[in-house]
Each structure stands twice: as structure tokens, then as C-alpha cells.
Write a protein that binds this ligand. Structure first.
Ligand code: 5GP
Ligand code: MN
Length: 337
């Protein structure tokens, strides 16, 4: 099999379009969504490797920073956490895994009108975000998967740092090849990466065996607190600012916790509600199979995917809890569950 044959038929046109577009850009700021996860950082790093191979000038922009547990990924350049003091004045922006303009972060959102932009994503929505081109594929498991296809369409081998970056994105957004988005295409791509020497087990090891004691204590506390609601069909857990303070854990230590809630028998949807500041709460929703938590998140002005979605509620914890659980109940009711 030729490496380019790894690009599924339905993604071929988009991959070629983006590969051609990337040859035409220069002085590019490469950015993903705020508070980046493994797919956001992986897709950004992959884009950097591609742009470097194409001899384009770029810098990576991450806000507020690369989370500590993803810092093992070697990046193809400095990750700038602000758009002040840049190596050059950007003319282009490459937006990755963002979902919607609000998730770019204020600094870049403010600068975006001055820039030509390309947008590559696997979230529903945000389709018109790139002024010079969009490739949005909700059928893709990860934005890093799409970046692998862009690389292949550009004739670049999936090796070295590029392969590791794609591997990280795939592992993160498929929950270690367990979620419903783990398609045959994803597995074929992962097999190719492993064949080319990508250290899949090493990436898993770095992600899984990198916990602080504070994180362990926080998870222990939250597991004890997890509640069943709506006759056992919804699992819910609130996290207050004081919980982080008490354990010394960071916000990013909550990454992955909501998946634990989904493991409870009989649960169709899991909800984590985190107090970010007084009067401002972030929610994370997860489901299995056909249960659509994106619809519940969208009703609250959030977004994401059918089985993983999130958003922000500008209200205090008690009101946010009621609002979130009502939206979830409405969605489950409408699905007859
Ligand atoms: P998480 O719960 O892990 O933060 O996010 C789960 C999914 O929902 C991800 O695909 C993420 O991009 C999306 N998501 C989380 N928060 C928001 C939000 O505020 N707005 C939108 N549109 N999507 C979100
Ligand atoms: Mn993603």
C-alpha cells in the first residue's frame, strides 16, 4: 500500500486542498483551542512539522500554555503563550481543532480580522472560520488525523516528530482507541505510524504514568462525591475552586475525570461541573453510543461531538447544576431514555 492510499476516499479532496493551501502561506501563526488537549497540541505540532518541511515561516501559539502532562511532546518550535514579542508579524493563521471562534482565545480572536486564515477541524460548526479556506470533517476522530492526511497529500512521510504528534492526537481523542470514533481508518493510520516507528506504547505511558499526588488525591475525593441522578441514568460531579486549593491540584488535572463517571453501570450521560471563578462554571459531558450530549451542550451555547461535549455557564454553582442537569434530562427525554 502506498502511504497516500491511507487517506480515505472521502477525505482526499480536503487533504489535497489543504496541502496545496499550506504551500501558499507564509509567516503563519499556528493555533488551536484554548486550554489545549492532546489533539489540539498534537495537531499544532503536526502542522508545524509540515510547515517546516514546506519551508514556510511559522510560530506556534498556545494559550494559556501547553499543559504539564503534554509537555513531553517535542514541538517543532517555541510555543508562544502571547502574541506580543513575536519573531515576525504574522500574515496568516492556521486554526486547528477549534470548533468556534470563541475558543481561539481573545488575543488571537482580536487579531484574526487582519490575517488570512485556514481552518482545519473535526468539530461541527466553525465551518466559515477560515477566511481563505476551511476543512471541517466531523467524521474524523481527531484533527491530528486530518493533519496526517494533509502531510501524506503533501508527499511527506509520517515519521519522527510528525508521527509522534499525530499519535498523541489519535490516542487522546479516541480515549486510547476505545471511543466510538475509533474507525478502521484510524486503526489503519495508527498501524502505519507504528510500522514507521512511532512509539505508541511510549506515548500512552507518558500520558498515563505522569500523575502528581495532588491529582490522585483530587480524583479520589471526586470519585467519592460522584452522584447518580435521573434514576441512575446521569452521573454528576461538581468541582469547586476549594477542591483544587485543598488538594493542590490544577484545573488540567481534571482532564479525563468525566470519563470515569461514565463507567458507572446504567449511566447514559456523565456530567462534570467545574467552578472556574465565582459566577463562571465549565461543564464537560460524555455519553456512549447514540446519546447526543452535543445537543445538550449546544442548548447551553457550548459544543463538541455527539459523545463528548462541553461549554461554559456564567452563573454560580447551584444554578449551573440545575441548568446543566435540566438540559441533559431534556435531551435524554427526547431520545426516549
Ligand atoms: P472537554 O469536556 O474535554 O473540555 O471537551 C469535550 C469536547 O467539547 C471537545 O471536543 C471540546 O472541543 C468541546 N468543547 C468543550 N467546551 C466547549 C465550548 O465551550 N464550546 C464548544 N463549542 N465546544 C466545547
Ligand atoms: Mn480534537
Amino acid at each position: 500500500m502506498q502511504p497516500s492510499e491511507l487517506i480515505p476516499e472521502r477525505f482526499r479532496d480536503g487533504a489535497q486542498r489543504m496541502a496545496a493551501a499550506l504551500r501558499g502561506v507564509d509567516r503563519v501563526v499556528v493555533a488551536a483551542h484554548v486550554n489545549p488537549d492532546g489533539d489540539a497540541v498534537g495537531a499544532m505540532a503536526a502542522a508545524g512539522h509540515i510547515l517546516r518541511a514546506l519551508d514556510r515561516e511559522f510560530f506556534l501559539y498556545v494559550t494559556p500554555r501547553v499543559p504539564q502532562d503534554l509537555s513531553f511532546l517535542p514541538l517543532p518550535g517555541t510555543a508562544h503563550t502571547t502574541l506580543e514579542r513575536l519573531p515576525f508579524t504574522p500574515r496568516w493563521a492556521l486554526l486547528l481543532d477549534c470548533g468556534e471562534p470563541r475558543r481561539l482565545g481573545q488575543e488571537l480572536a482580536d487579531r484574526l480580522p487582519e490575517l488570512e486564515s485556514l481552518n482545519i477541524d473535526h468539530h461541527l460548526g466553525g465551518d466559515g472560520m477560515g477566511s481563505a479556506g476551511n476543512w471541517v470533517e466531523p467524521q474524523a476522530a481527531a484533527t491530528a488525523q486530518l493533519m496526517a492526511y494533509v502531510a501524506l497529500a503533501a508527499g511527506l512521510p509520517l515519521e519522527g516528530g510528525l508521527a509522534t504528534a499525530v499519535t498523541l492526537g489519535l490516542v487522546t481523542d479516541t480515549g486510547g482507541f476505545r471511543h466510538g470514533n475509533t474507525s478502521a481508518d484510524v486503526l489503519r493510520l495508527a498501524a502505519h505510524l507504528v510500522e514507521k516507528g512511532s512509539d505508541l506504547a511510549g506515548v500512552r505511558e507518558k500520558l498515563d504514568s505522569n500523575w502528581s499526588q495532588a491529582r490522585m488525591h483530587l480524583w479520589g475525593e471526586l470519585m467519592r462525591r460522584a452522584e447518580l441522578r435521573r434514576g441512575g441514568t446521569v452521573a454528576f460531579c461538581p468541582v469547586r475552586l476549594d477542591d483544587l486549593r485543598a488538594t493542590g491540584a490544577l484545573k488540567e488535572d481534571l482532564e479525563g475525570f468525566v470519563e470515569q463517571l461514565r463507567q458507572l453501570r446504567g449511566v447514559r450521560a456523565a456530567a462534570l461541573l467545574r467552578e472556574d471563578a465565582p459566577g463562571c462554571c465549565k461543564f464537560s459531558l460524555r455519553s456512549c453510543g447514540t446519546v447526543d450530549v452535543r445537543a445538550a451542550a449546544a442548548a447551553l451555547d457550548g459544543g463538541g461531538h455527539r459523545n463528548a461535549a462541553g461549554g461554559t455557564l456564567r452563573m454560580g454553582m447551584p444554578e449551573a447544576e440545575e441548568t446543566l442537569l435540566n438540559a441533559l434530562a431534556r435531551e435524554l427525554d427526547s431520545e426516549g431514555l
